[in-house]
Design a binder for this molecule. Structure first.
Ligand SMILES: NC(=O)c1ccc[n+]([C@@H]2O[C@H](COP(=O)([O-])OP(=O)(O)OC[C@H]3O[C@@H](n4cnc5c(N)ncnc54)[C@H](OP(=O)(O)O)[C@@H]3O)[C@@H](O)[C@H]2O)c1
Length: 293
């Protein structure tokens, strides 16, 4: 049988000009780890300066230092909690003090865990919506005057969870659906000011907490096989999409959701055994040893 062909993840620097984002400033919630760290690193390699936001100040500072070492551009840690707008306003002020402006914003901070609806408390559901959806609103509200001044651009990190009724992901699915809707409204309200707003909806991305949580241990091979492009995504894949969306090449692209998932969304089987997953939640607990189910 012919082996499936696998494209490699190609760094955006091999495709776009190296000074693409020289003199640009990007404000990134969730930039201290995971996908958004990877996106920040790539934007900095193209010359952007970055302010990264998260709650864990020490980890954030270490991340900013690492970004500076690896990219030779500037990064600052601006600790804040996206649920509290005053902390994001403070982070914006710190960014303006350091870099004088904000051109691009990535709304990437998120919280998630797997739980059936009947195992979710009202507070747990609210916590996810507060971080993902209200956190996105707070970030936009705190940055939009600056972004308008520079005719800049927003990229919100969404997901594909809510394209179907995925079990055990009701809170994150609801929050991400809200982010997609909010981004479209933002695109329409700020379009006449020269500001764009788009979402990236990543599929499964390797080396992230999200992927560790969603793929049952020992099932990685099987998970890859269900992806039309035959591999789990890399942070670079999402970074490349962000480079395009922030670049002038996308100047007529706004209010869109760019799905970057190797085609998974078009080939969907339930990733949890069904109906066992919803009938007896204990039956396969061993597949997810770390989960709070
Ligand atoms: N991993 C995947 O396969 C996947 C797939 C689809 C979509 N996504 C989306 O991609 C984004 C990044 O996910 P990831 O897997 O890379 O996760 P991650 O490393 O856990 O990133 C989440 C980030 O958000 C920050 N954060 C959480 N709550 C916050 C709050 N209240 N205020 C400020 N910052 C907060 C965290 O920093 P602190 O803890 O320091 O606050 C962390 O840096 C998320 O929007 C996620 O939904 C991921």
């Amino acid at each position: 049988m012919t082996e499936p062909y696998k494209h490699k993840a190609v760094p955006a620097l091999d495709v776009f000009k190296p000074d693409l984002f020289k003199d640009k400033v990007v404000f990134v919630t969730g930039g201290g780890s995971g996908i958004c760290y990877g996106v920040t690193e790539t934007l900095m390699r193209f010359g952007a300066k970055a302010a990264i936001v998260g709650r864990k100040a020490e980890r954030l500072r270490a991340a900013a230092q690492q970004l500076e070492r690896d990219t030779k551009s500037k990064a600052i840690a601006t600790p804040g909690d996206v649920r509290k707008i005053e902390t994001i306003q403070h982070a914006v002020k710190q960014t303006l003090d350091a870099f004088g402006k904000i051109d691009f914003v990535i709304c990437g901070a998120a919280g998630n865990f797997m739980a059936p609806i009947e195992g979710l408390s009202s507070n747990a559901f609210r916590a996810v919506v507060e971080i993902d959806l209200i956190g996105t609103f707070n970030t936009v509200r705190a940055t939009m005057e600056e972004v308008k001044k520079n005719h800049g651009s927003y990229v919100h990190i969404s997901a594909t969870l809510h394209y179907s009724g995925l079990p055990w992901q009701s809170a994150a699915s609801s929050a991400k659906a809200g982010i997609d809707a909010f981004s479209a409204a933002l695109a329409v309200e700020l379009g006449p000011f020269g500001v764009r707003s788009n979402c990236i909806a990543p599929g499964l991305i390797a080396g992230t907490e999200g992927a560790d949580r969603l793929v049952p241990q020992g099932q990685e091979e099987m998970a890859q096989g269900f992806i039309p492009m035959q591999r789990i995504g890399q942070k670079e894949d999402i970074a490349n999409a962000a480079v395009f969306l922030f670049s002038e090449a996308a100047s007529w692209v706004t209010g869109q959701i760019l799905v970057v998932d190797g085609g998974s969304v078009h080939f969907r089987g339930p990733f949890l055994p069904y109906p066992d997953a919803v009938m007896d939640t204990q039956s396969f607990k061993s597949l997810f040893p770390g989960s709070k189910m």
